[in-house]
Write a protein that binds this ligand. Structure first.
Ligand code: HMG
Length: 392
């Protein structure tokens, strides 16, 4: 039987890295609250000339360079940081990447969950016609108000994935578990550039939704908890995954202490700890981290616990394929993370408070990013993107 799943995966992130010690210093609090209490060390911050489109294009470029574009007839762009109310961010990306016109492009939204919906839709498309490959991109910038409780859980990143038949990395299982509840734990009204969050209730809502999705997964014939090598969780902050893992274990009559749960997830949290919340991309950053830090995964089943506030959750599983490791991919991910420029508190506040024009007036953006794709300017109510390798 043909398997369907993740054939390749690539990460991009913002130009800057803000060590949370900068934030703790400014707030006059013990940095261990961030490093240990929420399990976050660094957050990625995009430069003024970067956004979800440029990060997505950078991640997708790696996928195209390694795999070509043949057979790609669909691009699913998952984000909750949309750059336009009508035009899909993926259409800008399609242009930047110089892809052929015989491709459908659409944007998906449901907080941090929508990349998982994109994967499930992509898998169905490939199952219908195994000659097709679907490019799924998850790209987000997490922003909360300065001084808010969510501030240390900001971040930015994009993950691009190629969904194909006979995948090289992860073959998806057919069983999935889903859960939806209409709640207000985290949301961003159209008139705001930062999210509103009820932090404490969002933590409980996350755990309840994941447990609900797990129960549905099991009722649909999903694997037993003890048959999973680990779980990649949505990681708004890495401590969240550890809390959720303890609750999921308990729902399966397995009692884990916090250190035991942390140990079980250790390989999945290395990258998120230094990227921050990348919303839709976060759980797939966890997968990248796992692939790069374990060499014994071939043939093993991994679970994924996806959560998007509001709320929708999904649990699904897949089997890691022999030969999943790729030294070049790992090196590229580490190079991406290491290339970030350190940012101090003053620079962070400047970027945080910079607003894009709301009246259509022209604004050129300073050249900062070292990436190939830039948001060069705003003009006439438009966003002007450039590919620096082809621009005249
Ligand atoms: P807070 O109220 O500032 O923190 O915000 P706290 O007082 O609860 O402390 C956090 C932890 O640090 C506690 O540990 C403290 O004990 C510990 P815990 O009891 O949780 O294990 N602590 C220390 N540890 C060591 N040394 C110290 C120290 N001091 C304290 N000195 C909160 C925490 C998560 C609420 C906040 O960061 C927030 O509002 N974040 C944003 C919301 C969020 O991320 N929610 C997660 C679930 S919702 C979700 O995942 C969806 C989302 O990604 C959006 C989407 O779907 O699009 C957000």
């Amino acid at each position: 039987m043909t398997t369907v799943g993740i054939h390749d995966i690539a990460l991009a992130t913002g130009h800057y890295a803000l060590d949370l010690a900068e934030l703790a210093d400014h707030m006059g609090i013990d940095v261990q609250k961030f490093y240990v209490g929420i399990g976050q060390q660094i957050m990625s911050v995009p430069a003024a000339d970067e956004d979800v489109v440029t990060m997505a294009a950078t991640a997708a470029r790696d996928i195209l360079d390694r795999n070509g574009a043949d057979g790609i007839r669909t691009i699913l762009f998952a984000t909750e940081t949309g750059v336009d109310q009508s035009k899909a961010a993926g259409v800008f990306m399609h242009g930047l990447l110089g892809l052929p016109s015989s491709i459908r492009v659409v944007e998906l939204k449901q907080a941090c969950y929508s990349a998982t919906a994109a994967i499930q839709m992509a898998a169905a498309m490939v199952a219908r016609d195994p000659s097709e490959r679907v490019l799924v991109v998850a790209s987000d910038v997490a922003r909360y108000d300065l001084g808010s409780s969510g501030e240390p859980t900001q971040g930015a990143g994009a993950v691009a994935m190629l969904i194909t038949a006979d995948p090289a990395i992860l073959a998806l299982d057919a069983a999935t578990g889903v859960f939806t509840a209409d709640i207000s734990d985290f949301w961003r009204p159209n008139y705001r550039s930062t999210a509103i969050v009820d932090g404490k209730s969002s933590v409980t809502a996350y755990m309840d939704a994941v447990t609900g999705a797990w129960k549905d997964y099991r009722s649909r014939g999903g694997r037993a908890f003890e048959d999973l090598v680990t779980v990649c969780y949505h990681q708004p902050f890495t401590k969240m995954a550890i809390k959720a893992h303890r609750q999921l274990a308990a729902a399966n009559d397995v009692r884990l202490t916090p250190p035991e749960a942390a140990e079980a997830l250790a390989d999945t949290i290395v990258y998120n700890r230094v990227v921050g919340n990348s919303y839709t991309a976060s759980m797939y950053v966890a997968l990248l981290s796992l692939l790069d830090h374990r060499d014994d995964l071939a043939g093993q089943a991994v679970a994924f616990a996806s959560y998007g506030s509001g709320s929708v959750a999904e649990v699904f599983t897949g089997v890691v394929q022999p030969g999943y490791q790729d030294a070049a991919r790992t090196a590229r991910t580490r190079e991406t993370l290491d290339a970030r420029a350190p940012l101090d508190y003053t620079g962070y506040v400047e970027l945080h408070e910079a607003a894009e024009p709301r009246d259509g007036s022209a604004k050129d953006l300073p050249v900062t990013t070292k990436g190939r794709y830039r948001l060069a300017a705003y003009a006439d109510h438009r966003r002007i993107y450039v590919d620096t390798e082809t621009a005249a």
